[in-house]
Design a protein around this ligand. Structure first.
Ligand SMILES: [Zn+2]
Length: 418
């Protein structure tokens, strides 16, 4: 991997970098759409490529179950199998194993689970996770980390979080060992995952351990967040980790996809993020826009003949597809899911692309102020966004008529569909 920071924001910790992997160059910060079953639901690889996407995330858990490692090996890897010519990142499979299988047990050896298809008991070890990711052939592969027996572990600060954090460091060593002995070291890049739940001192301990292994990993992810924790805790953990992670390695915040979260993370020094939210919410009929999410299933769009966003360059908006038409077909025609998926992926790409342009132009604080003003408008700024951006020198409330609201912030139209 070639990784170089090319521009820095003079106010915040935001930066623009160039990351060159085996399948080309990706400009950071970037948002990675998630292709769960070897494809972004509803889109062909050519369509994804035409949206300007150069890095996608594939789920190891799903690829390992279907089509399975044998098919991927026979195909020559997931790139060839899927017809995807650009960069790809795979997760370790551990998180989905825990979130999708009720019967997963974590032991020092690995994660024990029963196959959802055969019921057969299987173990996913750190070595196995790396081998599967080698067979998939992703440009960036993730260490297997201990995410606990249940998805909500990040809410807990108890001894299980400490055990999981320490085990994640031990498992990183096993992943490094497997990766370095494989011959894939020069084409595939291993990222470590910082754990430690919501406890700052456990996060620091994990950072200590993982920074010691810096020469043997290509990048760092921050895991264990986005599990429904308080937003005020979320941004402080991101900041704590981003502040300590090395300047010369990409920093990846896992499971982050709301526009406001993305921009706060970028301001705190994050380079990469992924989430199923933009594509999943599209299938529920929600379009993302710079004035907030728009739930096209609502009756108020039945006679609204505007496009989703007159300024949007996506195919759906350029074709003149009206909100009324989308409302009419949204829950029963796959064409609607398709049209909204295209729009939402372009929206995410634009949020990040404009962030990169603004960092390069030296106007990132202005971009943050104008984006948040347009996005939250009279709903008011969430208190946590104000606090997070203040911590890096940007005050949303300065010269602004928009009030600050405490708690989780704006209640969007998608509240029951997201
Ligand atoms: Zn659009």
């Amino acid at each position: 991997m070639e990784f170089k920071v090319t521009h820095r924001c003079h106010t915040t910790r935001a930066r623009v970098s160039r990351m060159v992997l085996a399948h080309g160059e990706t400009a950071l910060p970037t948002f990675m759409p998630v292709a769960t079953q070897a494809a972004i639901k509803g889109l062909t690889p050519e369509q994804v490529e035409s949206l300007g996407i150069t890095l996608i995330l594939n789920n190891t858990y799903h690829l390992n179950l279907r089509p399975g490692v044998d098919v991927l090996k026979a195909a020559g890897g997931a790139h060839l199998f899927e017809g995807w010519r650009h960069n790809m990142l795979t997760d370790s499979g551990g998180f989905q194993l825990v979130s999708l299988s009720k019967f997963t047990t974590i032991t020092e050896k690995g994660a024990l689970f029963s196959s959802p298809f055969t019921g057969e008991s299987t173990i996913l070890t750190p070595e196995e996770s790396i081998s599967i990711q080698h067979a998939i052939g992703a440009d960036i592969i993730m260490q297997l980390d201990d995410v606990g027996e249940y998805i909500s572990i990040s809410r807990y600060i108890g001894p299980r979080v400490e055990e999981a954090m320490e085990r994640s460091i031990r498992w990183l060593d096993r992943c490094i060992q497997q990766h370095e002995s494989s011959g894939q070291k020069h084409t595939q890049n291993l990222f470590a995952i910082v754990q430690g739940g919501l406890n700052p001192s456990l996060r620091d301990k994990c950072l200590d351990g993982m920074l010691e292994r810096k020469d043997r990993v290509s990048g760092y992810a921050i895991g264990g967040l986005s599990g429904g924790e308080e937003k005020d805790v979320f941004w402080r953990i991101i900041k704590q980790c981003a502040d300590r992670l090395p300047e010369d390695r990409p920093r990846y915040a896992m499971g982050i996809g709301f526009a406001e979260d993305l921009l706060v993370c970028v301001a705190l020094g994050i380079d990469m993020a992924d989430c199923v939210f933009p594509t999943r919410t599209a299938r529920f009929g929600v379009a993302l826009t710079h004035t907030g999410p728009m739930n096209l299933t609502l009756g108020k769009y039945a006679k609204d003949f505007d496009t989703i966003d007159s300024m949007c360059p996506c195919l759906t908006c350029r074709d003149g597809t009206s909100r009324a038409l989308l409302h009419h077909i949204v829950t029963h025609e796959t064409a609607a899911a398709h049209a909204l998926t295209i729009h939402n992926i372009v929206f995410q790409a634009q949020v990040m692309g404009r962030a990169r342009d603004a960092i390069i132009a030296g106007t990132f604080p202005d971009y943050l102020r104008s984006f948040f003003a347009s996005y939250f408008g009279d709903r008011g700024y969430p208190e946590w966004c104000v606090a997070a951006l203040r911590s890096v020198g940007v005050d949303l409330l300065e010269n602004s008529n928009i009030p600050m609201v405490s708690g989780g912030g704006a209640k969007w139209e998608y509240s029951d569909a997201a």
